[in-house]
Design a protein around this ligand. Structure first.
Ligand SMILES: [Mg+2]
Length: 227
C-alpha cells in the first residue's frame, strides 16, 4: 500500500473512552432510580444527545447538558440545585479521567512515524481532546490533530483539503464503522476497522460492510503488516 496519510480515530482507538461514559451513565441512573428504570433513563439520555447534536456537537460538555435536560424531564422540572450539582460533578469527573492507551498503540505509532504522515481525526470537545492527547504523551508522533465537529463525508473532505491530500491517499483507522470507516470508503479512501469491546449506541450500524477498500482487523498491531 502506498498511502501517504494514516489517520487515527482517538477515543476507543488510541485510548479507552466508552467505559468512562458507561460508568457516568450508571451514576446518573442511580441518582434517578426512584423515577425510572436504567433502561428508560439511558434511552432518554440518548434521545437528548441525538436531538442536541446539531446544536452541541459531541463530547463531555454536550453529554452533561443532555444529562441535565434528561433530569428535568424525569423530575418534571422538579430537580433541585443539589441535583444539578451532582450531574455537573459526573461531567467534571469525566473531564478528569486518566488517559490510558490501548495495548500496542505506541509501538504501532513508533513503527509508522517517519514513514507516513500520521494524523489524529477525532470528534469531541476541543479542550478535552487536547488534554487527552497531552496526557497520553503520544502527541509527538502526529503531524496534525483534527478535532472535527462531526465525521461526515463533508467534514473529512474539509480535513483532506487542509492536509492537501487526495482521498485515495488516506487510510483511516478507527473503532466506529459509522464514523471512521463508511465516510472514508465513500470518499475513496481505505477504512480500517478495529472494534472496541463496547460501542456507543449512536455509532452502531445494522448492516455488513462489503467494500474493496474495507479492512477489518482485531488489533491495532495488525496495521503494521498491511501498510
Ligand atoms: Mg472512537
Amino acid at each position: 500500500m502506498t498511502k501517504k496519510i494514516i489517520a487515527f480515530d482517538a477515543d476507543d482507538t488510541l485510548w479507552h473512552n466508552e467505559p468512562y461514559f458507561d460508568e457516568a451513565q450508571e451514576r446518573f441512573c442511580a441518582l434517578f432510580q426512584d423515577f425510572a428504570s436504567s433502561q428508560e433513563i439511558l434511552g432518554m439520555i440518548l434521545n437528548h444527545q441525538v436531538k442536541n447534536l446539531p446544536l452541541y456537537g459531541f463530547g463531555i460538555k454536550a453529554f452533561t447538558l443532555s444529562m441535565i435536560e434528561t433530569a428535568l424531564k424525569i423530575t418534571q422540572n422538579n430537580i433541585t440545585g443539589t441535583g444539578i450539582e451532582k450531574i455537573i460533578a459526573i461531567g467534571k469527573d469525566l473531564l478528569e479521567k486518566p488517559v490510558e492507551l490501548l495495548p500496542n498503540v505506541e509501538e504501532v505509532l513508533q513503527e509508522l512515524h517517519g514513514k507516513y504522515k500520521l494524523v489524529v481525526a477525532t470528534k469531541g470537545d476541543l479542550k478535552d481532546q487536547h488534554r487527552k492527547l497531552h496526557d497520553s504523551k503520544i502527541g509527538g508522533y502526529f503531524h496534525h490533530i483534527e478535532v472535527l465537529s462531526d465525521k461526515t463525508e463533508l467534514d473529512y473532505t474539509k480535513m483532506l483539503n487542509r492536509l492537501e491530500c487526495e482521498p485515495e491517499n488516506l487510510v483511516m483507522i478507527g473503532n466506529s464503522l459509522k464514523s471512521d470507516v463508511l465516510p472514508i470508503l465513500n470518499l475513496g479512501g481505505v477504512g480500517i476497522h478495529i472494534p472496541y469491546h463496547t460501542t456507543w449506541e449512536y455509532e452502531k450500524i445494522d448492516f455488513e460492510i462489503e467494500h474493496e477498500n474495507f479492512i477489518a482487523l482485531t488489533n491495532i498491531k495488525e496495521v503494521i503488516g498491511i501498510l
